[in-house]
Design a protein around this ligand. Structure first.
Ligand SMILES: Cc1ncc(C[n+]2csc(CCOP(=O)(O)OP(=O)(O)O)c2C)c(N)n1
Length: 631
């Protein structure tokens, strides 16, 4: 039988569907999402939850003239389907295929690129202000989840958007969940509104009824709005937003298209910033996801009938290794505390949170706050471990400098997903941390070569009295090179193999690649020196100078941008030494730096992307051999 969804080929096609078919269309979209995401992997539960909301937005707005800005953007799949990209879903998050996030370059219906949380209200406000200045008339809507609303930037934007005399719509998609259960005071506040279940009609009816009371009606209505008691919460919820100067509408049943359309149409008529509070169920329509939305937030390929992943790996990831070590360390030291920003599962702190609930802090999607909060914990005498993804730590650059490194607090940053992460693409690649961390005076930066070294550096961190960043990649923890376990000494590298002619200095994940490169060079009759860099900051100056004096070629390898990375530090050191006349050799070594060029790396398979960037063993070996021939 022909599907309703098959009649949607381009933006606004949904408007040709009769209302009595909306429910069926919603079901078809859910079936499509399940069928497709179970084959490709991706963000499932959030998208299942916004099917009706997205349909309603597309029914009320004209795309691409009107603008929808999706916060984080992981829930934009339904929007992609309704804007003519359904057939591209087999390539979702693969190299050359469509992105898992909104991308302006992909469609003119994607109004703003997102990926990191809590940016949508700022971007939407900018759009609205620009629209007004240019005398244009389109509608701007930001769609932000209750999780994303825990991020500080959202409040900066709300503050700025308050008391505007022009229209801006904020749709608050409240499903009680961030990736895990949402946390904090605002989450509780929203929950209290939800419990009252006083929907939009009721609120507007009450307000109108109060106003109709002869003579005193207007002032009673205003009085109720101004009061802070629970009666107000029942009669007119959303007082927090109203007090800020933002019109609040809701709560609205986010799976009732009629209600949603009515609310969005009413919001469009407002001459100010209006927040429409929409209640949805994360994972809606797929029981396993409804029951455990965290597990189905982001999924690999899975079997729809059982909900089980298609491939399971028994190999431990760095995240799991970190998770286990944290438990062991916390058992031995009561001062150890764990901090994460809305990602207890992703960062490996979940078990810690269960075993040591009092010493665990999920601060919400608030990386800046997480860092300064940890500095405060350290100031109070605790030993904080902040578990965070590399790309999200970018947000807290000033806090790292101002609150941790200037006062020199011994906070440990356990930086996961460092390097190429793959399917999530540009916004999530952790390829800047070595550069931005190395530039901070007082910061120590370490990258372990394998899982044993992650254990050793964490053990070392317990008595290390300085700020320390430990960065490790996504996925399976390397188990090779086990016999190399030289004690960790601050600022010192580890010499793995001594050879001649070429010295290869590899950072963290690249040590495994360097081992392969060494094998290949040995086959070509060259015995290279191989160094596990360990500390990218401070670098092992003594060893680097020694190697530069004793080899023709010094090669650096890192899964980080070349700009400001380890390789440039080596280059700068050698140049400085040469120009100061301190170089011990007559002909100092030439350097060859391998890393990521000055570009953003799009989504795709990790190994494929590394090979494209020339960071695979074959490409590097070829270049080394070529260079050696020239020397
Ligand atoms: C700055 C930043 N930190 C962390 C994340 C990881 N992350 C992606 S989605 C998400 C939860 C978002 O929750 P919510 O906004 O409520 O959306 P839902 O998935 O529940 O629909 C988190 C923490 C991110 N994208 N950006």
């Amino acid at each position: 039988m022909a599907k309703i969804l098959d009649s949607i080929h381009q933006p606004n096609d949904i408007k040709n569907i009769p209302p009595e078919q909306y429910e069926e269309l919603a079901q078809e979209i859910r079936d499509f999402l399940l069928g497709s995401i179970s084959q490709t992997g991706g963000h499932l539960a959030s998208n299942l939850g916004v099917v009706e909301l997205t349909m309603a937005l597309h029914l009320c707005l004209n795309l691409p003239e009107d603008k929808i800005i999706w916060d984080v953007g992981h829930q934009s799949y339904v929007h992609k389907i309704l804007t003519g990209r359904k057939d591209a879903f087999p390539g979702l998050r693969s190299y050359g295929g469509i992105s898992g996030f909104p991308k302006c370059r992909e469609s003119d219906c994607d109004a703003f690129d997102t990926g990191h949380s809590s940016t949508s209200i700022s971007a939407a406000l900018g759009y609205a202000r620009g629209r007004d200045l240019l005398g244009e008339k389109y509608t701007v809507a930001a769609v932000i989840g209750d999780g994303a609303l825990t991020g500080g930037m959202a409040y900066e934007a709300l503050n700025n958007a308050a008391r505007m005399d022009t229209n801006l719509i904020i749709i608050l998609n409240d499903n009680k969940m961030s990736i895990s259960e949402n946390v904090g005071g605002v989450s509780k506040y929203l929950n209290d509104i939800r419990i009252n279940e006083s929907y939009i009609d009721f609120k507007e009816d009450v307000e109108a009824a109060l106003r109709r009371i002869p003579r005193i009606g207007e002032s009673v209505a205003k009085g109720v709005k101004r009061s802070k008691d629970s009666l107000k919460q029942i009669l007119m919820p959303g007082g927090f937003f109203e007090d800020l100067g933002i019109d609040y509408m809701g709560p609205v049943d986010g799976h009732d298209i009629g209600q949603l359309v009515k609310a969005i149409q009413a919001a469009k008529r407002k001459k100010q910033t209006v927040l429409v509070h929409v209640i949805t169920k994360k994972g809606k329509g797929y029981l396993p996801a409804e029951e455990d939305p965290s597990a189905y937030h982001g999924v690999d390929k899975f079997d729809v009938s059982t909900g089980q992943p298609l491939s399971t790996s028994t190999a431990l990831s760095y995240t799991q290794v970190f998770s286990r070590i944290m438990l062991r360390m916390a058992a031995e030291d009561e001062k150890i505390v764990g901090v994460c920003a809305a990602m207890p599962y992703g960062t490996g702190l979940y078990k810690f949170s269960k075993q040591y609930p009092k010493r665990f802090f999920d601060v919400g999607i608030a990386e800046e706050h997480a860092v300064t909060f940890a500095a405060g914990l350290a100031a109070a005498g605790m030993k904080p471990y902040v578990a965070i993804y590399s790309s999200f730590l970018q947000r807290a650059y000033d806090q790292l400098i101002h609150d941790v490194c200037i006062p020199h607090y011994p906070v440990v940053f356990c930086i996961d997903r460092a390097g190429i992460v793959g399917a999530d693409g540009e916004t999530h690649q952790g390829i800047l941390d070595l550069s931005f961390l190395s530039s901070i005076p007082g910061m120590n930066v370490f990258a372990p070569k394998n899982k044993y070294e992650l254990y050793d550096i964490l053990k070392f961190s317990r008595t290390f009295d300085e700020p320390l960043a430990i960065r490790y990649p996504r996925g399976k923890a390397y188990e090779g090179l086990r016999k190399f376990r030289a004690p960790i000494v601050a600022g010192k590298s580890e010499l793995l193999y001594e050879g001649k002619d070429v010295a290869v200095l590899a950072v963290g994940s690249m040590v495994q690649v360097a081992e392969d490169i060494r094998e290949r060079l040995l086959e070509a009759g060259i015995a290279p020196t191989l160094v596990n860099v360990r500390f990218v900051k401070p670098v092992d100056t003594e060893l680097i100078l020694k190697l530069a004096a004793g080899h023709k070629l010094v090669v650096t390898l890192e899964e980080n941008v070349l700009r400001g990375g380890f390789g440039e530090q080596v280059d700068a050191l050698l140049t400085r030494e040469c120009s100061a006349g301190r170089h011990t050799s007559d002909s100092p070594a030439k350097t060859l730096n391998f890393g990521i060029p000055d570009v953003y790396v799009e989504h795709g398979n990790v190994d494929f992307l590394k090979a494209t960037l020339g960071l695979d063993a074959h490409s590097v070996t070829e270049k080394i051999l070529e260079e050696l021939k020239k020397l």
